[in-house]
Ligand binder design. Structure first.
Ligand code: ZN
Length: 232
C-alpha cells in the first residue's frame, strides 16, 4: 500500500465518503457513486438512436449531425441529485469524473470518432463569476481526458444573460434565446466537426441558438450535441 492510499484509508475512518445519490458509505474501488447507483443510472442509449427525443426538438429548426443526452432526467431521480451536486454544490471533481465515465461508456460505439473539438456551452460572464465555474466545461474536461479531443472555450461566447426559461411559452423562449450567443475567431470552427457539451437538454432552445449562430458564422462546420441529461 502506498502512502497516498494509506492516508486515504486513514482519512476515510474519520470522514467516510458517501455515495452522492443514496448516501451509503462508499467501499474501496468506488468513487462518488456506489456500484448500486452506478448500475441504476437511467441511461437513454440515445447515441444508438439518431431519431431520439432530444433531436426531435431540433429537427427542422437548425442543421446538425446528431444530438445525444446521456441520462433521462426526472424530478427526485438519480439525475437530479447528480446535476445538483455538480451545478449547485459546485462539485467540479465529480463533474469531470462523470464526463470521463460517460465518455468511456460511449467511446466503444465510435461516438467520438470524427469529433474535432469539444465546445462547452458558455455561461454569461456574470453567471460564471457568481458560480465560479462552468459546469459544461467541467464535464467536457472529463470527456477530453478519455478521448484526447481538445476543448475550445474561446470561440463561442454568451453575449446576453438569459433568465430561467422553464415556465415560458415557446415563442417567448425563442425571443429570449435569440442572439444570446456570438462566435468569435470563427476560423477555429471552420472545416471541423464540433461537439457542443451542456449539462441538461430541456427545451433545446439554448442549443438551437448556439447551433444557429455557429452555422451562420462558420463555413463547412458540422455540429453534434452531447448533454448529461434530458428533461424534455
Ligand atoms: Zn448509491
Amino acid at each position: 500500500m502506498n502512502i497516498k492510499s494509506l492516508l486515504d484509508n486513514l482519512l476515510s475512518l474519520f470522514y467516510p465518503k458517501q455515495c452522492i445519490v443514496c448516501k451509503n458509505i462508499l467501499v474501496e474501488g468506488e468513487e462518488f457513486l456506489c456500484l448500486h447507483c452506478l448500475h441504476k443510472l437511467p441511461k437513454t442509449n440515445h447515441h444508438l438512436f439518431p431519431d431520439n427525443a432530444a433531436s426531435k426538438n431540433l429537427i427542422g429548426k437548425v442543421i446538425f449531425k446528431s444530438v445525444t443526452a446521456y441520462l433521462f432526467y426526472s424530478k427526485g431521480g438519480i439525475s437530479q441529485s447528480i446535476i445538483a451536486e455538480i451545478k449547485y454544490k459546485g462539485n467540479r471533481r465529480f463533474g469531470s469524473w462523470l464526463g470521463a465515465y460517460l465518455a468511456s461508456d460511449l467511446k466503444n460505439s465510435g461516438f467520438f470518432n470524427d469529433i474535432d473539438l469539444l465546445v462547452p456551452i458558455p455561461l454569461h460572464k456574470k453567471k460564471l463569476r457568481k458560480r465560479g465555474f462552468n459546469q459544461a466545461e467541467v464535464i467536457a474536461q472529463g470527456i477530453s481526458g478519455i478521448t484526447d479531443i481538445p476543448i475550445d472555450t474561446d470561440n463561442l461566447r454568451r453575449s446576453i444573460a438569459n433568465p430561467t426559461q422553464t415556465k415560458k411559452g415557446s415563442f417567448e423562449r425563442w425571443l429570449n434565446t435569440k442572439n444570446i450567443f456570438a462566435v468569435e475567431g470563427n476560423n477555429n470552427f471552420e472545416n471541423r466537426h464540433l461537439l457542443l457539451i451542456d449539462d441538461v437538454f430541456t427545451t433545446g432552445a439554448t442549443i438551437e441558438a448556439a447551433i444557429e449562430v455557429i452555422n451562420k458564422g462558420c463555413k463547412n462546420v458540422q455540429i453534434s450535441v452531447l448533454t448529461l441529461a434530458l428533461s424534455c
